[in-house]
Design a protein around this ligand. Structure first.
Ligand code: ADP
Length: 648
C-alpha cells in the first residue's frame, strides 16, 4: 500500500515537472513580455505627445509673434487692439507697467481747450446762477451763449450737458431730453478730464427715462464695439447704465441688447481688474519676460489664461507689453488650415507647477501643454486590446496543454491499472488452477494406493476428481474464451436451442459444488418458451459464471435462485443470491475485465475478474442485455435479457 502511494506521488511529481513547470515559466515569461510591451507603448505615446507638443508650440509661437508685430506696428496702444485675441497692451517705463488708459494720446487737445480762460469764466458765471442763485433761466441763457461762441466740439458738448441739466431742473423735460439725445450722438473721443465721453453722461440721464432706451442701448453697444481701451471708471459707468437700462425696461422689450451689453462690459471689467493686478505685480514678473539668450519669450499669467510678451525696444521707443488670451489663440489655431490637423480638440495650457503637461520649448516660460484624453485613450485602447490578445493566447495555450496533459494522465493511469490487474490475474489464475489440481492429484493417489476399500468412498473420490476437472475445464474455457475475445476471433454458433434445457444442464452441472457447500438452489423454469437461436454452450457458460459468483459471494446465506421467464418478447434468466451485494458505485465497474471489487471478502475469495466481462460479451453478442440489481449486504440479482423475435 505504501509503495502504491509512493508511486502515485512520484507520478504527480513527474506530471508537475512535465506540464506545470513549463506552464509557470510560460506565464512568467508572458507577463514579463506584456509589461515590456506596455512600457514600450507608454514610451511611444510619450514620444508622440512630445512630437505634437513641439509642433503645436511652433504654430502657437508663430501666431503669437504675428499678432505682436501687427499690434506694435499698428500702434494699437492708442487705438485699441486689431486682433480680438489681444486682451491688454501697455508701456514699460522704469520697470513699471503703464496701462493704455493711463497713456494719453498725443493728439488729445480736445479737452485741454476747455481751459481757455474766457470759456471757463463764463461757465463759472453760469454755474453760479444755477447752483447758488437758483436762477435757472439766467443760467440757461448764459449756457446758450457759450454754446454759440464755443470754438471746439468738446466745449460745445460740455455746454450742452450743462444746459440740459438746467433745463431738467427748470422742468423743461422735453428740451432736456432732446439735448441729451444730441449729446448721445457725440463721438466717443469727446470726453472730459477723466476721459469719460460726454455721451455717457447723457446716456446715464436718459436711462432713467423710458423715451430713448433703445437708442441708449445701441449707443452703448457702439462704444463697447469700438475696441478702444476703456478706463476702469468708464467701464464701471457703462455697467451702471446697463443695469439701470435693464431695470427701467423691466424685461418689457425682448429685442433689447442691454443684457448682452452687460455681459460685454463685465468681460471688459474682468480684464481691467486683472490688468490692474498685473500692473501691481509687474516688477516681479519682469524677470520672467526678459531673457539674455532668447529674443522673444512668452510667459503665462493667471492660470495660463494670458500669455505675456515684451516687444524688443528699439531706440527712442518704450518697450510694450502685450497680453493675449491663450484659449482664444488656440481656438484660432484650430481653424487654421496648417495647424488644424495637429491640434486636437482639447489642447490646453497649464501654469507650470500645477502638475503634468509637456515642456513647450525655450520660447515659452512657466507654461506646460496638455492634451485631451482622446489621444491617451486611443493609445490606451490599442494597448488594452493587445493585452487581451496576449492573455487570451496564453490562456488558450495553457488550456490546450492541460487538456492534453489530462488525456495523457488518464490513459497512463488506465494502462497502469490494467497492468496491475493483469498481474493480479496471473496470480489468481495460477491459484485457481492449483486448488483443483491438488485435490485431483490427492484423490487419484489415494485411489491408486488402494487405501480406501470402501466402494462408496471410492465413488465419492471419483466424483470429486470428475467435478474438479470440470471446474478446471470451465476455468480454462473462460481464459481461452477471453483471449479469443481479446483477439477479436470469438465465434458464436447460433442454433435453435431450448433455453429450459440449457438452464437445466447448467443447474445440473453446479449440483455437486452446490451440495458440497450446503447450498439450496431453487430452479424455476417457465416451460412455455419457444426455441430461440443462441449459442447454447455460451449461454450455459454465462449462467454457470453467474451461479459460480452467487456461490462465491453468498457470505453466510445458502439460498440461490435460478429462474427462466418470458417477459414480452424477451427471455429472461435471473440468478438471485442473498449474499454480500455490491456497492452502487462499483456496479458499473464489475463488468470491466480483471476488475474485482477491492474488499476484504474479495481478498479471501479466489477469482480472476474475468467472469462478468465474459458474461457481458456473450449477452451482447446475442443482442441481449445484462442487468444488475444489488443492495450491499442484501444480495444481488443478475438478469440476462435475450430477445426472442429477432433471434428466432
Ligand atoms: P471474479 O468473480 O473472478 O472476481 P467476476 O468478473 O466474476 O470476477 O466478478 C467481478 C467482481 O464482481 C467480483 O470480484 C465481485 O467483487 C463482484 N461480484 C460478482 N458477482 C457478485 C455477486 N453475486 N455478489 C457480490 N459481488 C459480486
Amino acid at each position: 500500500m505504501a509503495k502504491k502511494s509512493r508511486n502515485y506521488r512520484k507520478q504527480i511529481l513527474l506530471f508537475l515537472l512535465i506540464f506545470v513547470l513549463p506552464c509557470v515559466v510560460l506565464v512568467i515569461l508572458s507577463f514579463r513580455m506584456i509589461s515590456q510591451e506596455r512600457e514600450l507603448a507608454e514610451k511611444r505615446a510619450s514620444d508622440e505627445r512630445r512630437r505634437i507638443t513641439v509642433e503645436i508650440s511652433q504654430y502657437l509661437f508663430n501666431r503669437l509673434e504675428t499678432i505682436k508685430n501687427q499690434e506694435i506696428s499698428a500702434e494699437s496702444l492708442s487705438d485699441g487692439p486689431k486682433n480680438p485675441e489681444v486682451v491688454l497692451m501697455g508701456h514699460v517705463e522704469d520697470n513699471q507697467l503703464k496701462l493704455p488708459w493711463e497713456i494719453r494720446p498725443a493728439d488729445e487737445s480736445g479737452f485741454l481747450s476747455l481751459n481757455q480762460r474766457d470759456f471757463t469764466q463764463k461757465i463759472q458765471q453760469a454755474e453760479n446762477e444755477e447752483l447758488v442763485n437758483k436762477n435757472f433761466s439766467r443760467a440757461s441763457q448764459i449756457y446758450r451763449q457759450i454754446l454759440k461762441t464755443s470754438a471746439t466740439r468738446t466745449q460745445r458738448g460740455y455746454a450742452q450737458l450743462l444746459l440740459a441739466r438746467v433745463m431738467k431742473k427748470s422742468s423743461q423735460i422735453e428740451e432736456a431730453i432732446s439735448l441729451y439725445n444730441n449729446i448721445l450722438a457725440l463721438p466717443s473721443n469727446i470726453f472730459d478730464e477723466f476721459r469719460i465721453p460726454f455721451f455717457l453722461y447723457a446716456a446715464g440721464r436718459l436711462a432713467d427715462n423710458t423715451v430713448s432706451l433703445k437708442e441708449v442701448a445701441e449707443r452703448v453697444r457702439e462704444r463697447l464695439n469700438e475696441s478702444r481701451w476703456m478706463s476702469p471708471t468708464e467701464a464701471y459707468m457703462i455697467r451702471e447704465i446697463c443695469e439701470k437700462l435693464i431695470e427701467t425696461m423691466n424685461d418689457s422689450d425682448p429685442t433689447d441688447n442691454t443684457k448682452e451689453n452687460l455681459l460685454l462690459v463685465q468681460k471688459n471689467i474682468s480684464i481691467i481688474e486683472q490688468a490692474l493686478i498685473l500692473q501691481r505685480e509687474f516688477p516681479s514678473l519682469l524677470r520672467n519676460l526678459r531673457s539674455e539668450q532668447q529674443e522673444n519669450i512668452w510667459s503665462a499669467y493667471g492660470d495660463a489664461d494670458w500669455l505675456l510678451s515684451l516687444s524688443t525696444s528699439s531706440p527712442g521707443t518704450l518697450p510694450a507689453l502685450i497680453a493675449v488670451d491663450a484659449p482664444d489663440v488656440l481656438e484660432t489655431l484650430k481653424i487654421d488650415r496648417n495647424s488644424a490637423s495637429v491640434i486636437s480638440s482639447d489642447v490646453r495650457l497649464l501654469a507650470e507647477g500645477t502638475g503634468g503637461g509637456e515642456y513647450m520649448g525655450p520660447n515659452f516660460r512657466g507654461i506646460r501643454m496638455t492634451f485631451s484624453e482622446n489621444q491617451g485613450n486611443a493609445l490606451g485602447k490599442q494597448w488594452s486590446l493587445q493585452r487581451s490578445f496576449y492573455l487570451l493566447t496564453l490562456l488558450l495555450v495553457i488550456t490546450v496543454t492541460f487538456f492534453g496533459a489530462y488525456l495523457l494522465w488518464r490513459d497512463v493511469r488506465r494502462e497502469l491499472r490494467l497492468a496491475e490487474m493483469r498481474s493480479q490475474f496471473v496470480s489468481s489464475v495460477s491459484h485457481e488452477l492449483k486448488t483443483p489440481l491438488t485435490s485431483i492429484r490427492m484423490f487419484a493417489e489415494t485411489l491408486r494406493l488402494g487405501r480406501s476399500k470402501d466402494k462408496a468412498m471410492q465413488d465419492e473420490y471419483l466424483d470429486t476428481i470428475v467435478n474438479e476437472s470440470q471446474r478446471l475445464t470451465r476455468l480454462l474455457n473462460d481464459v481461452l474464451d477471453f483471449s479469443k475475445i481479446e483477439k477479436g476471433n470469438r465465434v458464436y454458433k447460433m442454433e435453435l436451442s431450448s433455453l429450459p434445457e440449457i438452464i437445466r444442464t447448467a443447474a445440473r452441472t453446479m449440483e455437486y459444488p452446490l451440495s458440497q457447500q450446503d447450498f439450496k438452489l431453487f430452479v424455476r423454469i417457465e416451460e412455455e418458451m419457444p426455441d430461440i437461436r443462441v449459442d447454447g454452450d455460451a449461454i450455459e457458460q454465462a449462467v454457470l459464471n453467474l451461479l459460480g459468483n452467487a456461490i462465491k459471494y453468498s457470505g453466510d446465506s445458502r439460498d440461490i435462485e435460478l429462474k427462466l421467464e418470458k417477459k414480452d418478447d424477451q427471455a429472461v434468466i435471473h440468478v438471485v443470491d442473498r449474499g454480500i451485494g455490491i456497492d452502487p458505485h462499483e456496479q458499473k465497474k464489475i463488468f470491466d475485465k480483471f476488475y474485482r471489487v477491492p474488499s476484504a471478502e474479495n481478498e479471501r475469495t479466489a477469482g480472476t475478474g474475468l467472469g462478468l466481462s465474459l458474461v457481458a460479451h456473450i449477452v451482447e453478442a446475442h443482442g441481449g442485455r445484462l442487468n444488475i440489481e444489488s443492495t450491499k449486504g442484501q444480495g444481488s440479482v443478475f438478469s440476462i435479457y435475450l430477445p426472442i423475435k429477432r433471434v428466432s
